[in-house]
Design a binder for this molecule. Structure first.
Ligand code: SF4
Length: 441
């Protein structure tokens, strides 16, 4: 199977004769891409955003999400990296890695593009990667080929002498940006006004804040300071159990879908899960609904996973009888309900690894991961539920050119694009992370 990059390039240039279009009949590669801009180099968007004076997420699934004005922007990549071809960049990256040896560790998220992943020392989800960083104390530099909140978490969990580097500062996360410390603090104050702050007869406080790993360090710190906790898509149910033992209700941010899917599976009725839209008075809900609430869901979502729908599942079942449909819990509830299973990236990987040869999977998660799984497990038929190639916009901003640039900087003794979380934020954020680690099912 061709890489996502090759498929995008062929589609953008309308090469209808490409063998990519008929490889194993996999629909993911045949139906086009969400934007021909994806065939452009990411530095063109760095420049366009600098000229426009406003940040963006770039092409891909998040392209129409609104990037906050505070979104980090990437300065111009030196021309030599823009001019280098794929082979030239590969040689430079390998030479820099060899020169640095154990002094550097490169981490690659499952959703990262193949042209970058091939240089990674570890590939995994955000929390696995943060822990991988911790397991390499000899590494002075951790180059995180993921997005901004992941690099922040790695910085908070890494040793004092380690620098965490994000090769392109514009690699944020549109979902994480949908909840910021100001609007969550404002919501919290309104909820305190409504519920008060006194525990009930069982000692449960009125609200426990729970933040998904995909959030800023400031929000993790908020949770640490307010009796709250962090969750991942693997442990969200365990974390909600932890929160319900200590609180009458939960404020869950930023991903409404993970919160809703998890709480629904635990038996929380939908009418006790109002949504809080920070742009509306009282979050767009009302006092009575809030008083009955068990989980208050923040109005956030992942634009990659929002693309999946029930029609795609019906089509997969019609075309591939017996197909096993697994979707990520960031997908909307009707999609999770229609799928056979829902689980984190790690769950999806383990399910495919454990399946008997000849299995067929339709997967609802980011296209780079799905296509890589299809290539790694040729004994199965694996395809993405969404037939349109539309990668995560911000993961896509990391390109081998930026990786070569930051690695050669390290060889010269220069730390470029360092992500640093101030200790005043990191200390309470670690408290929320440690509560998560201590929470047992
Ligand atoms: S896939 Fe969604 S949640 Fe993950 S980094 Fe991209 S935008 Fe953020």
């Amino acid at each position: 199977m061709a890489s996502v990059k090759t498929a995008i390039s062929l589609i953008a240039h309308r090469d209808a004769t490409s063998p990519v279009l008929d490889a194993a009949g996999i629909p993911a590669v045949s139906a086009g891409t969400c934007g021909p801009d994806l065939a452009s180099a990411p530095w063109e968007f760095d420049l366009a955003e600098a000229l426009a004076g406003t940040p963006g997420y770039g092409p891909g699934a998040s392209s129409s999400d609104v990037a906050p004005v505070s979104t980090p922007r990437q300065g111009q990549l030196p021309q030599e990296y823009k001019d280098a071809d794929d082979g030239g960049l590969e040689d430079r990256i390998l030479a820099a890695k060899a020169a640095l040896g154990d002094r550097v560790v490169i981490l690659g998220h499952f959703y990262q593009r193949d042209e970058v992943i091939k240089f990674a020392d570890f590939v995994g989800d955000s929390f696995q990667l943060a822990n991988a960083a911790k397991a390499k104390p000899a590494a002075e530099a951790i180059v995180f080929c993921g997005v901004h909140f992941m690099a922040e978490t790695a910085d908070m969990l890494s040793g004092p002498g380690q620098s965490v580097i994000l090769p392109n500062l514009a690699a944020g996360c549109s979902m994480a940006d949908m909840a910021d410390i100001e609007s969550v603090s404002a919501c919290w104050e309104q909820l305190a006004e409504l519920y008060g702050t006194e525990p009930d007869a069982q000692g449960r406080v009125p609200v426990i804040p729970v933040t998904y790993m995909n959030s800023s360090a400031a929000l993790k710190a908020f949770c640490g300071e307010h009796g709250g906790i962090v969750c991942t898509s693997s442990n969200a149910a365990t974390v909600l159990d932890w929160a319900f033992e200590r609180g009458q209700r939960v404020l869950f941010f930023p991903d409404q879908h993970l919160g809703r899917n998890t709480a629904k599976a635990m038996g929380v009725p939908l009418d006790q899960m109002p949504m809080w839209n920070p742009r509306q008075a009282w979050g767009g809900t009302d006092e009575r609904t809030l008083r009955d609430a068990r989980v208050i869901l923040w109005h956030g979502f992942c634009s990659v996973h929002k693309r999946f729908n029930v029609g795609q599942i019906e089509k997969a079942r019609a075309e591939f009888p017996g197909v096993r449909v697994i979707v990520h819990p960031e997908c909307p509830m009707p999609v999770v309900d229609a799928a056979d299973e829902a689980g984190s990236t790690d769950y999806i990987l383990k399910a495919i690894t454990a399946a008997p040869a000849g299995s067929t999977f339709a997967i609802g998660t980011e296209i780079n991961m799905v296509n890589r799984l299809a290539a790694q497990y040729p004994q199965h038929t694996i395809f993405c539920l969404d037939p349109v190639i539309c990668p995560c916009s911000t993961m896509y901003r990391i390109h081998p050119g930026y990786l070569a640039w930051v690695l050669e900087g390290l060889v010269r003794g220069e730390v470029l694009n360092q992500i640093t979380v101030p200790e005043a934020t990191a200390i309470p954020a670690r408290v929320a992370l440690e509560r998560m680690l201590a929470a047992k099912p």
